[in-house]
Design a protein around this ligand. Structure first.
Ligand SMILES: [Zn+2]
Length: 318
């Protein structure tokens, strides 16, 4: 289930309390005759409770992006005829999970089949064919409420945050989704992630954020009110720190392949990795490999590392 915390008179945070790790913060927006959910990755029982609490139906779910913890229950909403709206190209990934895995960088069919089995059988993910696509940045008006999508690519190509509130009020809730406001920080563990775009998105969100009038919120963690404003600098510092760790590791060992660098404590903690097994371990290894590769490419552009293409080994310059 979830714990409901009103953020403004129109927007309530549904902090999901399920035991599974694949969950995210959900926003319920009171649009008068209908309730709209943002990142409404809720089970059928949880949607029942929203409708009972408000005494009105949930009409629409706006999705932020197609990552497991944001979409593995969306089929429950779709099955009830609730409209599912998703930014491009995330909608295409929701319709066809194979497309997500190809874009994420899983090139071999066997790798993708194992992952699809895990996502479907273990995590309950089902593709949602009825999803409607919109252009990131699109704005919607429903019952006197404005829901504005804010394109924040980098974490995923179509990754969107949302600004939601009444047309007549300056107070808004600003959901920045997986930009990294929580303790974990930024995440860019798929091939389609883009570190330069990620840095620009942090800047875009920071520029849009009005600490006086916005309740700021990430998809994981607690909301930020004027008395505890969100810290975008900390997200940037976390990214920089990972880059510095990778550079320091290369300086120490001379040269290494991405595989040699992965799972050595540069990104995920060895303790966390040690608790995983089977497909989960493979998944984390895959994510960390991609993360390190994004940093190596950035460091290469800054002429701090070089790649020996023949041996596929990376080394620090100078
Ligand atoms: Zn995500």
């Amino acid at each position: 289930m979830f714990h409901a915390q009103p953020l403004t008179p129109w927007v309530t945070l549904l902090a999901v309390k399920r035991r599974e790790v694949w969950k995210c913060n959900v926003l319920a927006v009171d649009c008068g005759a209908e309730i709209v959910l943002i990142d409404g990755n809720l089970t059928a029982a949880e949607i029942d409770r929203v409708e009972a609490d408000y005494g009105r139906p949930v009409s629409t779910v706006f999705s932020t992006h197609t990552h497991l913890d944001h979409v593995n229950h969306l089929h429950a909403a779709a099955a009830r005829g609730i409209r599912i709206l998703s930014p491009a190209p995330e909608a295409a990934y929701l319709r066809d999970i194979d497309r997500l895995l190809v874009a994420g960088g899983m090139r071999t069919k066997s790798e993708r089949e194992e992952m699809k089995h895990f996502m479907g059988e273990v995590l309950g993910l089902k593709p949602v064919s009825a999803v409607e696509e919109f252009t990131p940045g699109a704005q919607f008006a429903i019952g006197g409420i404005t829901i504005r999508s804010v394109h924040l690519p980098g974490h995923a190509p179509g990754h969107c945050g949302y600004l939601a509130g009444a047309v007549s009020d300056v107070r808004q809730v600003f959901l920045v989704a997986d930009l990294g406001l929580d303790d974990f920080g930024a995440w860019y563990g798929f091939d389609y992630c883009d570190l330069a775009a990620y840095r620009e998105s942090i800047h875009r969100a920071e520029t849009l954020y009005d600490p006086e009038n916005h309740v700021l919120l990430g998809s994981h963690g607690r909301p930020h009110f004027p008395e505890n404003p969100g810290n975008f600098k900390a997200i940037r510092a976390g990214i920089d720190r990972t880059g510095e760790l990778i550079l320091a590791a290369l300086r120490e060992c001379g040269a290494a392949t991405v595989d040699e660098l992965a799972c050595s404590g540069l990104y995920y903690s060895p303790d966390a990795l040690g608790r995983l097994d089977g497909t989960m371990k493979k998944l984390y290894r895959y994510w960390e490999r991609c993360t390190i590769l994004h940093h190596l490419r950035e460091l290469e552009e800054r002429r701090l590392v070089r790649r020996d293409a023949a041996a596929d080994r990376w080394s620090a310059r100078g």
